[in-house]
Design a protein around this ligand. Structure first.
Ligand code: DGY
Length: 330
């Protein structure tokens, strides 16, 4: 019989904690609303069979080595750049994520940023709160149009496709760029183009790529300069995909018109020069932050974790090659 000791690294919504508690022999749940420091995390993973963690937990090689014998790291997120997957695989540890359940919420927030950035919603709110509205004027606080404009989706995955469906309601022309063609996006009438063509042709560039070595700083001074001066950048993927200093410089000097961001290079911090730019709409990583979506993410993470504890293959395994290799962690 497999042993069932579980660490839940941070407080998460139901039903995940109950699902885990029903199956586990022991649950060590961090109930404090804070990320465990690296040393604490290493100490608390020792001897566990499963870890349920969040995107803010750095599950690096040192943590995984300390967790030798652990069977699964179940991330409550679709992105898993916080986990050293090659090391997990080498140690025979399964890694899972929560795809699908946050697609619609994140696509909704992408549209919120797109509309709010173009129409200067945050700036307008600041004006009203400061009681600084000078009165309606024909040249006052003009923004960009959305309806009928060109949307460029970088990364052709589920969230990009859900954004495309919404953008069709705004009669937008949709371009996309990815390593592979997307039958789903093609079926919506989107056109696959090269990355640089997408940057040059789009009125809105929306990022939907995972963070990898290849996508880090994909948006930098050179690629920003390829965008139209009237264009907007939207990022609901991962902060380090954008070079924040280069973006701030581009926003200040009018290389692009504005940016709507939900994610940051050094979360939870933001580059001060970016925060100083008026032509931004800045949100604190809210893509999946709805009650129903977070419950669904909790359920999906717990379903993955409990499947492994039962000796089954988890539904959302990101390193299936781990099943082929002999376990080295025991
Ligand atoms: C994810 O799941 O990767 C999202 O960033 C959470 O909002």
């Amino acid at each position: 019989m497999l042993s069932r000791r579980v660490l839940i690294t941070q407080p998460i919504p139901e039903p995940g904690p109950t699902m885990v508690a029903e199956l586990a022999d022991t649950v060590d749940a961090n109930l404090e609303h804070r990320v465990l420091a690296p040393g604490e995390l290493r100490a608390r993973v020792a001897g566990v069979d499963a870890i349920l963690c969040l995107l803010t937990d750095a599950i690096d090689a040192a943590v995984l080595e300390a967790a030798r014998g652990c069977r699964v790291v179940a991330n409550m997120a679709v992105g898993y750049n916080n986990i050293d997957v090659p090391t997990a695989t080498r140690l025979g540890i399964m890694v899972t994520n929560t795809p699908g359940v946050l697609t619609e919420a994140t696509a909704d927030l992408t549209m919120t940023l797109l509309l709010g950035t173009a129409r200067r919603v945050a700036e307008g709110d600041r004006v009203m709160r400061a009681d600084a509205f000078p009165g309606w004027g024909p040249l006052y606080m003009l923004g960009g149009d959305v309806t009928g404009r060109v949307l460029g989706l970088v990364g052709p995955g589920r969230i990009a496709t859900a954004v495309a469906r919404r953008a069709l309601g705004f009669e937008m022309t949709i371009l996309y760029h990815g390593l592979h063609a997307s039958p789903e996006l093609d079926a919506l009438g989107a056109r696959s183009v090269g990355f640089e063509e997408l940057l040059a042709a789009s009125d809105f560039v929306s990022l939907h790529v995972p963070l990898t070595a290849a996508t880090k700083h994909l948006i930098n001074a050179r690629t920003l300069a390829l965008m139209k001066p009237t264009a907007y950048l939207i990022n609901t993927s991962r902060g380090p995909v954008v070079d924040e200093s280069a973006l701030a410089a581009a926003l200040r000097s009018g290389v692009i018109a504005g940016a709507g961001l939900d994610v940051y290079e050094r979360e939870p911090r933001i580059a001060p020069e970016l925060a100083a730019c008026e032509n931004t709409l800045l949100l604190p990583h809210l893509g999946s932050a709805t009650h129903a979506t977070r419950a669904a993410m909790s359920r999906a993470a717990a379903r993955n974790l409990t499947a492994v504890l039962r000796g089954e293959e988890p539904p959302d395994l990101v390193n299936p090659e781990v099943l082929l290799a002999p376990r080295r962690g025991d």
